[in-house]
Design a protein around this ligand. Structure first.
Ligand SMILES: [Zn+2]
Ligand SMILES: [Zn+2]
Ligand SMILES: [Zn+2]
Length: 235
C-alpha cells in the first residue's frame, strides 16, 4: 500500500505522522491526523503567496500548536514522532507533551519478575518469594513460589519438591499436597477437555481408579454401583 504522511509546515520542524499499515477498515487517515492533534488548513493560509494552492492542505503538528515545537529530535511519539522518555505512566513526548501509555507487553515486562517455576502460558502471579525447588525425573529443576511450584509439580511425571534453605516450615509439604489436587497444566484455557489420566489431578486419578475397581469387581468396597446381571439371562 502507499503510505501517506503529513509533515509539519513550520520551518525546521521534523514532526511527521505516518499512515499505519494496521489502520482499521473505514478509518480515514485525515481522521487519524486530526485525532493526533494536528491541524489541517488550506495551504493558501499557511503559505503566503500561494493563493493558487487552495487544494493543498497544510498541517501544523501538535507540538508547534502548543508552542513546544519545532520538533528537532525524532523518536517514538505516535502524535508528532518526537523524542520521548519513559515514565511510570507511559512515554512522555518532549515536544507535544503527549503521554503514550505503555502497551500491555511492556507493562508485563515492567511487572515484577515471576519465579522460574511459572510457566510462560500461566498468567497467574506468584503468591510469594521462591520457597521450593521442583525437580523433574531427570533432575532438571526450577525454584518457585508455593503456587507455581505446585502447578509445576502437578505437571511433571515423577517430579519431586524440596524446600529451599530459607523456606518457611512445611513449604515443600504444602506444595506437595497442593500439587496432588492440581491438574497438570492448570493454566490450560477453560474448556480444554479433561479426560485422560494425564490431564487429571493425581487425587482425581486415584478416585477414578477406585471407581474402576468397583466396576470391574476388584474393588474392596461394595457400593452397589457395579453392573447388574439379570439372573434370567445368566443360563
Ligand atoms: Zn511542528
Ligand atoms: Zn509528541
Ligand atoms: Zn511463582
Amino acid at each position: 500500500m502507499i503510505r501517506t504522511a503529513v509533515t509539519c509546515d513550520r520551518d525546521g520542524c521534523l514532526a511527521q505522522l505516518l499512515e499505519r499499515d494496521d489502520m482499521p477498515e473505514g478509518v480515514e487517515f485525515e481522521d487519524v491526523v486530526e485525532a493526533a492533534g494536528w491541524t489541517s488548513r488550506p495551504a493558501a493560509l499557511v503559505l503566503p503567496g500561494r493563493p493558487d494552492a487552495v487544494d493543498v492542505v497544510g498541517h501544523t503538528c501538535p507540538a508547534c500548536l502548543i508552542q513546544r515545537g519545532p520538533v528537532l529530535e525524532l523518536g517514538e511519539c505516535p502524535r508528532c514522532s518526537g523524542r520521548t522518555s519513559d515514565r511510570a505512566d507511559g512515554a512522555l513526548c518532549h515536544y507535544c507533551w503527549a503521554v503514550t501509555p505503555h502497551t500491555p507487553d511492556e507493562a508485563d515486562e515492567a511487572d515484577e519478575e515471576r519465579c522460574p517455576a511459572a510457566h510462560p502460558e500461566d498468567p497467574t502471579p506468584c503468591d510469594g518469594p521462591p520457597v521450593v525447588t521442583v525437580l523433574d525425573s531427570s533432575n532438571g529443576g526450577a525454584d518457585g513460589c508455593e503456587h507455581h511450584g505446585a502447578r509445576l509439580l502437578a505437571s511433571l511425571d515423577g517430579g519431586r519438591v524440596y524446600g529451599l534453605p530459607e523456606a518457611p516450615e512445611g513449604a515443600a509439604i504444602r506444595v506437595f499436597k497442593a500439587a496432588d489436587q492440581t491438574r497438570p497444566f492448570a493454566w490450560a484455557p477453560e474448556g480444554t477437555p479433561r479426560t485422560g489420566p494425564d490431564q487429571l489431578s493425581r487425587a482425581e486419578v486415584r478416585r477414578a481408579d477406585e471407581d474402576a475397581a468397583v466396576w470391574d469387581g476388584r474393588g474392596i468396597r461394595n457400593t452397589g454401583a457395579g453392573p447388574v446381571i439379570d439372573g434370567d439371562d445368566w443360563t
